[in-house]
Design a protein around this ligand. Structure first.
Ligand code: SAM
Length: 306
């Protein structure tokens, strides 16, 4: 199983497809001791082989480095998904703590486009973090871009080739703030590839995949190890049948599907010192993991851990 732990629901950006400008965040969250204990219990009960730290924005969590170290004591692969704005100074400590996979979200390469999507400034800091992560040897370094109608597909692919990173376009989902405009802004992976090809860039599909969720293409003229383009086809080719993901929120709720709006409260039994109950809840949740009835989520990705 693959566990994604949301360290906080707070975020320093307000991406138009994720959070409203006046986003309200949870008034309380599980402590480091509680969240790390729940992580341990889920890892052992569900047979977790890989953990990803996410949010909200994980770099806003004061205990981020300790979480990375703790996660690495449980499993060999520990990743993080971040917007990269506050990342650069944290990189050496994260590397030392054992973080060995890094995804940095970046939807636009010009300051105006970045501000329009994220409603904040920060492009230069994100690019500085990408380059610092490269220098520190975070490989393969992935850059995630949410695909919308105005996304600069070809520019992002050229950026990936130039910087030597692995670009992943994520199909826009009807989650959080994106619900009212998802249908109008949605671009399927096939259309993205057609747009990239129309700009004169040749991509060739790789047979191998780094994750079941992502088909990978090499950029002609560049070795696959140096850079690649992938498409997370949650909408056009859902991967529910092979999904092995669990999510733990910063409020200590366990979700077995991104489209699950309720989750299961593990924090209350943990606080009652009833670890047998927590283990039982985890076992039942994992046994009952099913594809969603509807592909819509009321809350944002930030709330559940994107
Ligand atoms: N703050 C971190 C970041 O920006 O990478 C981690 C959390 S963020 C919620 C995780 C990922 O979810 C990001 O790559 C983000 O772009 C993506 N995301 C959020 N809302 C989405 C939506 N409606 N459709 C597709 N992807 C979405």
């Amino acid at each position: 199983m693959y566990l994604r732990v949301s360290l906080t629901d707070r975020c320093n950006l307000r991406c138009v497809y994720c959070l409203p400008e006046e986003a309200r965040f949870a008034s309380s969250r599980a402590s480091f001791a509680e969240l790390s204990r729940l992580t341990t219990l889920i890892a052992s009960q569900a047979g977790v082989g890989k953990i990803r730290l996410t949010g909200g924005e994980p770099t806003l969590c004061d205990d981020l480095v300790e979480h990375a170290r703790h996660a690495r004591s449980l499993v060999g692969t520990v990743g993080m998904t971040t917007n990269g704005v506050l990342l650069q100074p944290l990189l050496p400590a994260l590397k030392q703590a054992g973080l060995n996979r890094l995804n940095i979200s970046l939807d636009a390469l010009d300051a105006e486009g970045f501000r329009r999507i994220s409603r904040r400034d920060g492009l230069a800091k994100v690019i500085a973090s990408i380059r610092a992560a490269q220098r520190l040897g975070f490989t393969p370094l992935k850059v995630n871009a949410v695909a919308m109608q105005d996304t600069a597909y070809a520019e992002l692919v050229r950026f990936a080739a130039w910087e030597g990173v692995h670009l992943r376009f994520i199909e826009l989902m009807a989650i959080g703030e994106a619900r009212p405009f998802q249908a109008a802004e949605y671009v399927a992976a096939e259309t993205m590839r057609a747009r990239i090809a129309a700009s004169g860039i040749a991509l060739s599909e790789c047979l191998e995949r780094d994750e079941p969720t992502s088909r990978i293409w090499t950029i002609d003229g560049h070795p696959p190890a140096a850079c690649s383009v992938g498409f997370i086809t949650t909408m056009s080719q859902p991967f529910c049948a092979t999904c092995n993901r669990l999510r733990l929120s910063s409020q200590g709720r366990l979700f077995t599907c991104l489209m699950d709006n309720a989750g299961i409260d593990l924090l209350t039994p943990l606080r009652s010192a009833d670890e047998q109950e927590v283990r039982g809840l985890i076992a039942r949740a994992v046994a009952g993991k099913r594809p969603p009835a509807r592909f819509v989520r009321d809350e944002s990705m930030a709330a559940i851990g994107g």
